[in-house]
Write a protein that binds this ligand. Structure first.
Ligand code: FPP
Length: 286
């Protein structure tokens, strides 16, 4: 099939005021007025429930995936409206190769087509597209489309959309460990210097901040191997809505829940600040 031409690659960065405004919600919903500093920097999405949505309508599973595309890009528009900086979308896991060959083939082609179709509007919005995932086994044509998108949008600063394709949290950690071990063997890294910060620099996207808000649609309550390292202290929101019925208003509702929560990172509330922060007293509330 002959595909529509995309705009030529930009040769220089634009100023943020040159990005287009996010598209309004189809139903006219307006974003809640979140205090800017409470908005999650990084929202992770497990786009689950496409198959069940299709089954309920007597459609093929793949029709559910097709319908789910609009949900993802509506969430991105809504994320841009409230100032989210990173959205990570779990679009194909390292375990999804276990699905039927027909569905795998569909999903490979679907990811290529989706990225190709959406690149102009994402670029105009100021979205930087990144790919997280393993290279081996992934179709070369998918990698090519992802690399074109990465190159084309590399200067954009409004929001980063991480397309996680052939991605698995354990795979990412194992690959990082292997690369680090290589560097230790080559004498580039002293094992004494290995700490969390150094280890994280070996992950797929070292500059990606930790996940603040982890959303999964369709009522399932598990992470399914998504962004395991980055989600260590993520706030989890499980929404019963099936992914094709999910839109930015569901994401905003999740953000409302997120802003109302206490994130303690292993500390305790209320946090009694001692005179010498280097030697906290036993009086800290537990
Ligand atoms: C994890 O559940 C969910 C995913 C890896 C998402 C799959 C997404 C799609 C198939 C297509 C969506 C793509 C777009 C662009 C809308 P799982 O089913 O792999 O894990 P589980 O077996 O633990 O439920």
């Amino acid at each position: 099939m002959r595909r529509p031409q995309q705009s030529a690659a930009r040769t220089e960065a634009r100023q943020p005021h040159e990005y287009r405004e996010p598209k309004p919600h189809a139903g006219g919903a307006q974003p809640p007025d979140f205090p800017r500093d409470l908005v999650p920097r990084h929202v992770a999405l497990v786009m689950d429930g496409n198959g069940r949505w299709a089954k309920e309508r007597g459609l093929a599973r793949t029709d559910g995936h097709t319908a789910g595309e609009a949900s993802l890009f509506d969430v991105v528009e809504g994320a841009a409206q409230i100032g989210v900086e990173y959205v990570s979308a779990y679009a194909f896991s390292t375990e999804n190769w276990k699905r039927s060959p027909e569905e795998v083939r569909f999903l490979m082609g679907f990811n290529i087509e989706t990225i190709h179709r959406r690149i102009d509007e994402m670029d105009e919005l100021g979205v930087r597209i990144r790919w997280c995932g393993r290279r081996p086994r992934l179709w070369k044509s998918v990698i090519r489309e992802l690399e074109i998108a990465e190159e084309r949008t590399k200067h954009n600063t409004r929001l980063t959309l991480a397309m996680c394709i052939n991605y698995g949290g354990r795979a990412e950690i194992v690959d990082a460990a292997a690369a680090l071990a290589e560097d230790v063997r080559a004498g580039k890294v002293d094992p004494k210097n290995v700490d969390e910060q150094l280890f994280a620099s070996y992950l797929d996207e070292p500059d990606m901040p930790d996940v603040d808000l982890f959303i999964r649609s369709s009522g399932e309550q598990r992470t399914s191997n998504f962004l395991l390292w980055q989600s260590a202290y993520a706030e989890m929101v499980f929404d019963d809505v099936l992914w094709p019925d999910f839109d930015r208003t569901h994401m905003w509702k999740a953000v409302e829940s997120y802003v109302s929560r206490d994130r303690r990172y292993g500390g305790a509330l209320p946090n009694i600040v001692t005179a010498d922060p280097a030697s906290p007293a036993d009086t800290n509330a537990r």
